[in-house]
Design a protein. Structure first.
Lengths: 67, 366
């Protein structure tokens, strides 16, 4: 995985899958892997709504990738 | 060869009734919802007589829990599923195939898509164990199909942690996620069976796994030419809504013996069947909604034109074809999870890799 190779990474997903993301990160020894979580859903929404949701977490993504 | 050893299973003593034991397994979430056969020490030992591996050997590490699938844990779930001990080599081989990185079990376990690993068993061991390939091949009535399939599902849940709502986020799921094991009807196959097509001798036994939806029926009582049957099959497979239309992958066509015979009689090789379906199992871009059309144009780079027909695979070779079932004018196809998974195959073999002619060769005395 990228993070384990020393490349800063971030998982993007919706809050609906927060528990699964945390479970998988922990089980793979990456309990501190940054998560950028947006309100559900991501699929089946217009592009402008998707951009609004991205805006909510862009700071989290930038911070995670510039560690 | 170094082998990692996982933890030994815990044994606990229960004086309660069978009903009470089953209730405990239900309450702890250790079952698929059906009653289990209690995995007593004697029953697990009987299963372990059908392997030449050590009980604590780790066969695979299964996501999302990253659970260590020791031989012993596989044997315990085999008993719980109601499987006969001699089915164990097939179950263990299936787990090895599911752990192939190309199969991408991580995504198959967790996805919202109703995908289940189908187990296709080829070769003489399928017949030795009575794995049904005839009438009702994907249905009920055969201990081998149902309990081998169920054992694999219990392992994916109990070892892998694929539990509904947590590690398994299937929106609706599918009955195929209960048990999904079939043998190919090699006697009724007018072409080479799946494992021979892949380069194995006819007498070698294999387990092939593919990340499939449940069977979608294709009924054609009216065509009496190979071309006629193939056109109906192409129409069924080129449907909207499958992951294959969205993003290719390796869908499975399970031909009924009568459809297969008609197609072969008219001169089609298996390769030509795949080529025909690659060309004709397509969906008209113009019938899709604007958003879906936009996705296919942007991501799959299909031509943005009203006469564009969208394929479900990238190449003819990406369509798997088997023959299964009894008499009648029905076939089925199984769409897959799409481009994020590939089929995987393993030979049913001894630990040193020597193919097994029959599972009874493995059996050790108590």
């Amino acid at each position: 995985m990228l993070e384990q190779k020393g490349i800063p990474s971030v998982v993007m997903g919706t809050l609906e899958f927060e528990q699964l993301a945390k479970l998988e990160s922990k089980n793979r020894g990456l309990a501190d892997l940054p998560l950028a979580l947006i309100p559900h859903p991501l699929g089946g929404i217009p592009e402008d709504e998707a951009i609004k949701k991205a805006d909510l977490v862009i700071d989290v993504v930038v911070k995670a990738l510039t560690r | 060869m170094s082998v990692s050893a996982g933890p030994a299973a815990k044994t606990f003593r229960m004086e309660e009734s069978y009903a009470a034991i089953n209730q405990l397994y239900q309450e702890r979430g250790w079952t698929d919802g059906l009653p289990i056969v209690p995995p007593t020490e004697d029953a697990v030992a009987a299963v372990l007589r059908y392997t030449d591996r050590a009980p604590r050997e780790v066969v695979a590490v299964l996501p999302p829990r990253q659970g260590e699938a020791t031989v012993e844990r596989l044997a315990i779930n085999t008993v719980m599923a109601g499987a006969r001990p001699e089915y164990f080599p097939v179950i263990l081989t299936a787990i090895e195939a599911l752990a192939d990185p190309a199969f991408n079990l991580d995504s198959i376990q967790a996805t919202t898509h109703p995908v289940a690993p189908i187990l296709i068993v080829n070769g003489p061991i399928a017949r030795e164990l009575g794995i049904n390939s005839g009438y009702n091949a994907f249905g009920q009535g055969f201990q081998a199909n149902l309990t081998i399939g169920r054992a694999v599902r219990l392992i994916l849940m109990n070892v892998g942690g694929g539990l509904p709502g947590t590690g398994d986020r299937a929106t609706q799921g599918s009955p195929a996620k209960i048990a999904y094991c079939v043998a190919e009807n090699e006697e009724a196959n007018p072409w080479e069976p799946l494992h021979v097509e892949a380069g194995f001798p006819l007498e070698t036994s294999t387990v092939t796994v593919n990340g499939c939806e449940g069977p979608h029926n294709i009924q054609d009582h009216y065509s009496y030419t190979g071309l006629g049957v193939l056109k109906v099959i192409a129409g069924a497979m080129g449907q909207a809504g499958s992951n294959n239309l969205l993003g290719a992958g390796t869908p499975l066509l399970s031909l009924g013996p009568e459809h297969a015979a008609t197609i072969a009689r008219d001169g089609y090789s298996k390769r030509q069947v795949k080529e025909f379906l690659y060309e004709h199992a397509r969906y008209p871009l113009r019938l899709l909604g604007d958003e879906y059309r936009h996705y296919l144009v942007e991501r799959r780079k299909v031509a943005d034109a009203d006469d564009t027909m969208v394929p479900i695979v990238r190449t003819p070779d990406d369509i798997l074809v088997i023959v299964a079932g009894g008499a009648g004018k029905h076939s089925c196809w199984q769409p897959t999870f799409g481009d994020q998974t590939r089929p995987a195959r393993r030979v049913i073999s001894r630990r040193d890799g020597t193919p097994l002619a029959k599972v009874s060769d493995l059996r050790r005395s108590p």
